[in-house]
Design a protein around this ligand. Structure first.
Ligand SMILES: NC(=O)c1ccc[n+]([C@@H]2O[C@H](COP(=O)([O-])OP(=O)(O)OC[C@H]3O[C@@H](n4cnc5c(N)ncnc54)[C@H](O)[C@@H]3O)[C@@H](O)[C@H]2O)c1
Length: 279
């Protein structure tokens, strides 16, 4: 992955939260950055800040739900830096509410961004990464919700579980080819970010739940802490990245419920941060 001028990292959803944390950590490691977000102002301010610190960075305003814009992002990375070493398919949005009350448009937005964005990233960038004939790594941001479902988050659970399935499939396919391209799936619990600003609350139960979720996220792990764990996992070429170890019992409970064919039991602690339980 290393080259003389530093590896090239493409990061979607870079303007805020987790993406911004990943950008900061990548910059500290001497990487060259291709920053993508649909928030043009936020993206430019991050890019300016990094460049002022001597980082080689380029901003490319991109809606990850639009494949043509993702193709433009790939072309921008190739034109600016000659290739890509790390691809972070990270952009995502939130939707709470009862499954049956969430509108067609709200479901579609979640499918387009949370699943479509990752799919567009894979379909656009993996052929490039394979053609380069050198090591490269794809990191897809799913969520704890990609492994454990909670009520009132159906489109989030559905899209994040799809991202986990897509990532595992990609991992197997690249291994079948013996390709030097590897994959990780990032499944964090709460991380302090602006994601709840993207929530289009659908109903009364959704609004009280979203308030609780908002509080939990605000008290979550910092994006910088998360980024350090993500890059440590990339160094190890580790597929599963579960930074919040305190959630493992919920995952174990789910697996046992499936294996023993007992009915699923949700506990509120499944979505609360157990002091971001790093250990
Ligand atoms: N914050 C958490 O607790 C948490 C936990 C697990 C997973 N995640 C996931 O982490 C990822 C990053 O979210 P975050 O928490 O940093 O939220 P955030 O809102 O702070 O950052 C998300 C960024 O993505 C951008 N974005 C949204 N839709 C986009 C689109 N269509 N095209 C391009 N950019 C778009 C936003 O403008 C924003 O800058 C998401 O996939 C989210 O689902 C977050």
């Amino acid at each position: 992955m290393n080259n003389e001028q530093g590896p090239v990292a493409v990061i979607t959803g870079a303007a805020s939260g987790i993406g911004r944390g990943l950008a900061g950590h990548a910059a500290a490691r001497g990487m060259r950055l291709v920053l993508a977000d649909r928030d043009a102002a936020g993206l430019q301010s991050l890019c300016d800040e990094l460049k002022a610190g001597g980082v080689q960075a380029v901003a490319c305003v991109t809606d990850v739900g639009d494949v043509q814009q993702v193709e433009r992002l790939r072309d921008c990375a190739v034109e600016q830096f000659g290739g890509v070493d790390l691809l972070f398919n990270n952009a995502g949005v939130m939707q709470t509410g009862f499954s049956w009350e969430i509108t067609d448009a709200q479901w579609q937005r979640m499918l387009d961004v949370n699943l479509g964005g990752v799919l567009n990233g894979i379909r656009t960038f993996v052929p490039l990464l394979l053609s380069q004939g050198r090591g490269a790594h794809v990191i897809n941001t799913a969520s704890l919700a990609g492994l454990v479902s909670s009520p009132l988050m159906a489109p989030y659970n559905v899209t994040k579980q799809a991202v986990v399935a897509l990532s595992e499939t990609l991992h197997y396919e690249l291994a079948m080819l013996g390709a030097p391209v590897t994959v990780s799936v990032l499944c964090p619990g709460p991380v302090a970010s602006e994601i709840m600003a993207s929530n289009q609350v659908a109903d009364s139960a959704g609004s009280s739940f979203s308030q609780l979720l908002d509080n939990t996220i605000r008290q979550g792990m910092t994006p910088a802490e998360l980024a350090a764990q993500v890059f440590a996992a990339i160094d190890e070429k580790r597929f599963w990245i579960l930074p919040h170890k305190g959630f493992k019992p919920a995952l174990e409970r789910r697996v046992q419920s499936i294996l023993q064919e007992t009915n699923p039991l949700f506990q509120m602690t499944d979505v609360e941060d157990d002091a971001h339980a790093a250990g």
